[in-house]
Design a protein around this ligand. Structure first.
Ligand SMILES: [Zn+2]
Length: 635
């Protein structure tokens, strides 16, 4: 019994798929799901579904009608017969309204079977459709919380996803006159921070990223007061990656009534929820009113639609989205938009890295079509070149070796996500190559939570590290020398022991967090070493120490602040998650096809202008360096 209001596309499909076999037809985002009560049709549809896919060029899935699903306890017994024990199952979650069962397994491949054989067998015998999830080798509270938010709201999600599909397929809302595409900068133009770019066509309103600028007081948030931005007209939000300057403001939109989809990769969903919750926590800890609460972070999770790299989906009737690996952090994506029916193709890079790192593959440069490239320029100026990785590795090897020889400890303040894990994997590799002795590595606070998320999504990492994670005994994150530090007591034991070790703790710029506490305990001993691993913003304690300040003080509520003298060795390791000048030029020159227009954002003004002029000279393409509130017509 298909519902009364039927989108044209479903009518189209039901001309090919026999109507009498179909009990319901719904959307799950841009995917179309047909339900059937006929087990024989489910087993063998004689190719009609494939024919329908060929005709409408959309993803169509045939599922058993919920009324014919096997009773869950019995079904679980069947799973046990059909799935080999070595798969090592975790939890099993039934979603009876969608006939879907989520099964967590240590070895997902064994649940799937050769070419999906086992999945098919389960579907035919129990009339449940299995979705397999990898059981993270490190238990993570945040991943578990996110999954339970999704499960607890499965009824809401079903309706929400259907509504998203209706928006995509039920034609044009606004009168179509001329075709055009424009983007408006609500942030991140000529600055690093508060990335938020509004894409408009006559039909669609799509927001790319929604970040904040934590180092700014007046301009911390995107300029939503721009006349173009109307929250109730917004169709979709697309998130490139889980850094605060790209996602920090997103929950705020839900506070003000946004109820539409948020597209991102699965790791980005998990990482952004974690750092948004952390933002709430930090505000509360500082005695400030947080601009949103954990309730709004929950709303974000409830409205996410996750996509894999290179999975194509329609987000509105005239905008089609594909994510590509950006090389910047786990789950980080470049956003490719196919706009209108072949009218225009745009790539928004978000943040990119264009060399292979310890964890990630470099950003992709091949696209089906490309006319406008919107690229970041954080390190766009000629002088922004980092030393080659090999040189840097040699430097860190020497620093660690020297410190161990004098029985000191190495403190590496790090960002929670990305840098911390790169540092961990790098030092593990140096140990494996016997370039440094096998010393304990302590991981404090949020770095650990993010590390757990990294191990849960090995398919997003580069092939070498992915294979190591698949084999528990080689997993660098699970090695015996790696310990999570949870309590202050444990921290105290570490700083008081005589044993040389490596400590990774947030924040990366020594602005609050565990890294500052370790610094206080370790800074007055010459045998210890402090290694900066990330960008140090103007005014931060990290920047001041890097520039040579050696006496530092912390207020303690009395007239005499606590004073510390820094006697430990201070050094830095330049492994930026951003492409430097050379990488940016190389990335642009490798883009295939060659873009006709290059828009440069996300960087200090002079750096962006420097990059734009070089791009123009070298590649003979039009370049634009917009300011905030500028709208650029791209077609
Ligand atoms: Zn970033």
């Amino acid at each position: 019994m298909v519902k009364k209001m039927v989108a044209e596309i479903i009518k189209e499909i039901l001309k090919i798929v026999p109507k009498e076999k179909i009990s319901d037809a719904v959307f799950e985002g841009a995917n179309i799901v047909l339900y059937t009560k006929d087990p024989e049709f489910l087993k063998d549809d004689s190719g009609v579904i494939r024919n329908a896919v060929g005709k409408v060029k959309k993803r169509i899935e045939l599922r058993p009608d919920p009324s014919i699903c096997m009773e869950p306890t019995r079904a679980e017994k069947e799973f046990a017969k059909l799935i080999p024990e070595e798969a090592n199952l975790g939890y099993v979650h039934f979603d009876p309204q969608r006939s879907v069962v989520v099964i967590e397994a240590e070895k997902p491949g064994l649940v799937i079977g050769k070419q999906g054989e086992t999945l098919r067998e389960i579907r035919n015998q129990t009339h449940w459709v299995v979705q397999v999830q990898r059981k993270p080798p490190i238990r993570s509270q945040i991943i578990e919380n996110i999954r339970s938010v999704l499960y607890e709201n499965s009824d809401y999600r079903r309706k929400f996803l259907n509504k998203v599909g209706e928006r995509v397929y039920n034609g044009w809302l606004r009168q179509k006159k001329e075709e055009w595409v424009r983007v408006t900068y609500l942030g991140a133009a000529r600055q690093v921070g508060r990335s938020a770019i509004l894409l408009q066509t006559p039909e669609s309103r799509v927001l790319l990223d929604c970040g904040m600028d934590p180092s700014s007081i007046d301009g911390a948030y995107p300029m939503l007061e721009a006349p173009e931005f109307k929250i109730d007209e917004l169709d979709a939000i697309i998130i490139s990656h889980g850094h605060l300057d790209h996602v920090g403001f997103l929950p705020y939109l839900f506070k003000f009534g946004y109820k539409g989809p948020v597209y991102c990769t699965a790791p980005t969903r998990d990482i952004m929820a974690l750092i948004q919750l952390d933002t709430v926590k930090i505000a509360v800890g500082d005695g400030r009113d947080p601009i949103y609460t954990s309730e709004e972070v929950r709303e974000v999770v409830k409205h996410t639609i996750v996509l894999d790299y290179e999975e194509v989906t329609d987000v509105t009737p005239d905008v089609r989205l594909t994510f590509y690996n950006s090389g910047h952090m786990l789950g980080g994506a470049m956003v490719h938009l196919h706009i209108g029916n072949g009218l225009h193709n745009m790539l928004y890079t978000g943040d990119i890295k264009y060399v292979k790192t310890s964890l990630l593959s470099p950003a992709i440069t091949n696209f089906p079509r490309l006319e406008t490239l919107m690229v970041e320029g954080t390190y766009g100026s000629k002088d922004a070149v980092v030393p080659p990785i090999k040189e840097q590795e040699k430097h860190i090897t020497d620093m660690i070796t020297k410190t161990i020889e004098r029985k000191g400890k190495v403190l590496i303040p790090t960002l929670g996500s990305g840098r911390g894990q790169e540092m961990l994997v790098l030092t593990q590799r140096l140990i494996a190559q016997k370039k440094i002795p096998n010393i304990p590595i302590y991981i404090h606070g949020m770095v650990w939570d993010i590390t757990a998320i990294y191990t849960a999504y090995p398919e997003f990492l580069n092939p070498a590290i992915r294979n190591q994670i698949y084999h528990v005994e080689n997993n660098p994150f699970l090695a015996e020398n790696v310990t999570r530090v949870g309590s202050n007591k444990e921290k105290q034991q570490i700083v008081e022991s005589d044993e040389p070790c490596l400590i990774l703790a947030t924040s990366g710029m020594l602005v609050g967090g565990a890294s500052v506490e370790y610094l206080k305990s370790l800074c007055e001993q010459e045998k210890n070493t402090l290694i900066f691993s990330s960008y140090q913003a103007e005014g931060s304690l990290g920047r001041r120490i890097m520039m040579g300040e050696r006496t530092i003080s912390f207020p303690n509520g009395t007239n005499a602040p606590d004073v510390y003298h820094i006697k430990m060795e201070v050094s830095k390791f330049d492994i930026s998650g951003h492409a430097d000048r050379k990488e940016l030029m190389s990335f642009i020159s490798h883009c295939n096809p060659k873009p006709k227009k290059v828009i440069i954002n996300h960087g200090e003004r002079s750096r962006l202008i420097d990059l734009a002029s070089s791009v123009h000279k070298s590649f003979r393409v039009e370049t634009v360096v917009p300011q905030n509130l500028d709208a650029v017509r791209i077609r």
